[in-house]
Design a protein around this ligand. Structure first.
Ligand code: CP3
Length: 353
């Protein structure tokens, strides 16, 4: 059902998955997480990561499993120290950008490590294999990575959720080195996604969670060029594997530009919760499959409201073929599990008119 929608073919039902569906709102996740020790230990333990990937499928019968890993395993594989601090989130070693020489040397070190990415991330490939072996045939496994811009933000800025000054400064001060950083991330993400696809991922999503921070003047350099280059490499090697982009926080004109310039290079566009869904269906759905848009905070309200808001989305987005139900961003850890059951039931019972 996922693949058919990504090809914009008709399906009677609407496929569904949720960003961060394998995560802290699930008691069974919290329990396994404790057992594993740290979050990274969980990511690099194929047996436990397989189990966590499957937890939301078992509980809610979602159509799509999202691989359990993180976007920051790429910089980790490239040699940067990484830890996840409870209550703080990721703490990633920063690249040196004080001078052209220092930045250039940092990049040379990363570049030397591209050849190690596949070996370093082999545990994740084993997770893909493990999930595929257990997932029933009518369900799909979504692989993923971060988009070059969003991953770069974590390598340069201390708080990507608040500011992107260091990354933007680097793009202005050393435009050629910034391109080189994007290229390193394109190449290593290509290796990472290739290994996921070769081991059984049915589709892949590229998370550009902080695309909202890209200034207009850097849109080509930070998003269009690197992200579409990654798509082109994947399409050449795996023409049958659909690609979904999640560029969070882009204006309508930029979503149109991305869709036009990326024609044939990606298959699905995941919408954040600020996008006018009717506008997207009118202007984009004839070109790409759409995904998402529901405000994840709705899940903190009440069952009646959750059902209402989900049906609003379904009514608009399922008029044409090519829609995958999801949120406009990840589920919050404080969402009650029963509320997710109400959402799943609403989507699974929805009859297209
Ligand atoms: O269920 C899933 O979606 C699968 C696994 C997944 C995780 N991270 C697990 C995770 C996916 C697809 C991601 C993507 C990811 N990671 C993104 C892009 C999506 C988005 O939310 O915008 C980003 C920006 C990251 C980086 C990251 N990882 C941050 C900022 C944090 C801390 C904030 C938070 O939500 O905890 C993480 C940690 C993380 N990644 C957790 C999980 C389940 C929580 C870790 C824990 O158990 O404590």
């Amino acid at each position: 059902m996922l693949i058919k929608n990504l090809r914009r073919e008709h399906t009677d039902q609407t496929p569904m998955w949720l960003m961060r569906q394998a995560g802290r709102y699930l008691p069974e996740y919290r329990e396994l997480r404790k057992k594993a020790g740290s979050f990274l230990d969980l990511c690099y333990n194929p047996e436990l990561a397989t189990e966590v990937t499957l937890q939301p499928i078992r509980r809610y019968n979602f159509d799509v499993a999202i691989l359990f890993s993180d976007i920051l395993v790429i910089p980790h594989a490239l040699g940067l120290d990484l830890k996840f601090v409870t209550g703080e989130g990721p703490v990633l070693q920063k690249l040196e950008t004080q001078s052209r020489e220092a930045f250039g040397q940092s990049l040379a070190d990363l570049e030397n490590n591209i050849q190690n990415v596949r070996t370093f991330l082999n545990p994740v490939a084993q997770t893909v294999k493990g999930v595929k072996a257990e997932l029933s045939a009518e369900k799909a496994l979504m692989g993923f990575c971060g988009a070059p811009w969003t991953v770069a933000l974590y390598m340069l800025d201390n708080k990507p959720s608040k500011a992107s000054d260091v990354t933007r400064t680097a793009a202005y001060a050393y435009p050629d080195l910034f391109d080189k950083l994007m290229d390193i991330l394109v190449e290593s993400s290509f290796e990472y996604l290739s290994s996921q696809i070769e081991n059984g991922a049915d589709a892949v999503q590229i998370f550009d969670s902080w695309a909202s921070q890209i200034p207009d003047t850097l849109f080509e350099k930070a998003l269009l060029r690197p992200t579409l280059k990654l798509c082109r490499l994947l399409k050449n090697k795996f023409p049958q594997t659909p690609i979904v982009l999640f560029p969070r926080g882009l204006s309508e004109s930029k979503l149109l530009r991305l869709t036009d310039e990326g024609a044939g290079l990606f298959d699905g566009l995941s919408l954040d919760y600020t996008v006018d869904l009717q506008w997207a269906c009118d202007n984009l759905q004839d070109k790409v499959c759409l995904q998402g848009n529901l405000d994840p905070v709705v899940m903190l309200s009440n069952p009646q409201k959750i059902k209402e808001e989900a049906e609003k989305v379904l009514k608009i987005a399922t008029q044409k073929p090519g829609y995958i139900f999801n949120f406009g961003h990840g589920i919050l850890p404080s969402v009650p599990v029963e509320h997710v059951a109400v959402l799943a039931e609403t989507v699974q019972n929805w009859q297209k008119s």
